[in-house]
Design a protein around this ligand. Structure first.
Ligand code: PEP
Ligand code: MG
Length: 323
């Protein structure tokens, strides 16, 4: 399917109004990296580091991880890679981790909560990332931040590890950019300082939506029940865009919805100008963006919101059919 869009590979995702949307890809394994070239992605907007932990039967060692992260960056050939620190727990259970037997794993001991409670693993992973980035920029993103304190703690640990590497006389990354994944509604209302502390923010739409509608993303009975283009969810996204604009933090969206054509257009129209998706979605999304005016779509959405239509999907689809 990607071949159909091969001609677009080196062209920007610029709408007819002149607004450009940056399209990144999601990845997690070395095998994903060749797609960076083929898809024309601007970089890896989400590198799910837990996949490397899931495919082994032991905790990987620091040197092993550093080698792997360095190869990922070599393959990216200077394009940015946003490394998300371990997001385990919930649906991602490590074979060598004691099962937690929690009543609600999705809301349980997972992601940064595990990282902050088991700091040795988080520190080891950060050391590996720092060592892998010698002489080049490092992008680190912390998953599932639910309050500013968690972000501050994770941030401090990263800075301590940077200082430690320096003290040891090791060569350092040329630059470091730190971000948070916004995956719980609480963070849309976090103190301004949180946004100011972030070099970038990325919406983890899969989790954000799960918690906003209280609908388990793993449960077939309910997972498709609520529309991402529902007015309430758009209001939440608008709030996040506003908060990021206020603090001048670049905002991206990296959940599965970013790769769905109608959703991608709507996110762009709301002001989310970075989208990270599976590589195969980049061509179709780019094709569509280049055909439309994002500014005009923004007016269609605003009108539908003003009219109180439960979901903007209908009006957007109708408008799109006329383009
Ligand atoms: C998300 O929650 O949208 C996300 C990108 O992270 P994951 O799907 O790995 O939880
Ligand atoms: Mg998530």
């Amino acid at each position: 399917a990607q071949d159909r869009y091969a001609g677009l590979r080196d062209l920007p995702a610029t709408g007819r109004c002149g607004t450009t949307v940056q399209l990144y890809m999601n990845a997690g394994l070395m095998a994903d990296l060749p797609s960076l070239e083929g898809s024309g992605a601007e970089g890896v907007g989400l590198f799910r580091t837990e996949l490397q932990f899931l495919v082994r039967n032991h905790v990987p060692r620091r040197a092993e991880l550093a080698g792997l992260y360095a190869r990922v960056m070599d393959n990216a050939q200077g394009k940015p890679v946003m490394f998300r620190t371990l997001d385990i727990g919930s649906d991602k259970v490590l074979p060598y981790m004691k099962p937690q037997d929690e009543p609600n794993p999705a809301m349980g001991w997972r992601a940064i909560r595990v990282g902050l409670d088991k700091r040795g693993v988080l520190r080891m992973q950060l050391q590996a990332l720092i060592r892998a980035s010698v002489g080049r920029p490092l992008h680190v993103m912390f998953p599932f931040i639910a309050d500013i304190g968690e972000y501050e703690d994770a941030y401090r640990i990263l800075m301590q590890e940077m200082a430690r590497e320096q003290r040891l006389g090791h060569a350092m990354p040329s630059d470091i950019r730190v971000g948070a994944m916004l995956e719980t509604p609480s963070m849309a209302f976090a103190p301004k300082r949180f946004f100011e502390m972030c070099d970038f923010v990325s919406i983890g739409g899969n989790d954000l939506k799960q918690f906003f509608f209280a609908a388990d993303r793993e449960n077939e009975r309910v997972r498709r029940r609520y529309d991402t283009l529902n007015l309430s969810f758009l209001a939440l996204l608008r709030q996040i865009v506003r908060r990021c604009d206020e603090a001048r933090v670049p905002l991206s969206f990296c959940g599965e919805d970013a790769g769905r054509p109608i959703e991608a257009l709507v996110f762009a129209a709301l002001g989310i100008h970075r989208l990270s998706m599976r590589p195969a979605s980049i061509g179709p999304v780019k094709h569509l963006i280049r055909r439309i005016s994002i500014t005009e779509l923004a007016r269609v959405i605003a009108q539908a919101e003003a009219d109180g239509i439960p979901s903007v999907r209908g009006p957007v689809t109708e408008w799109l059919a006329r383009q």
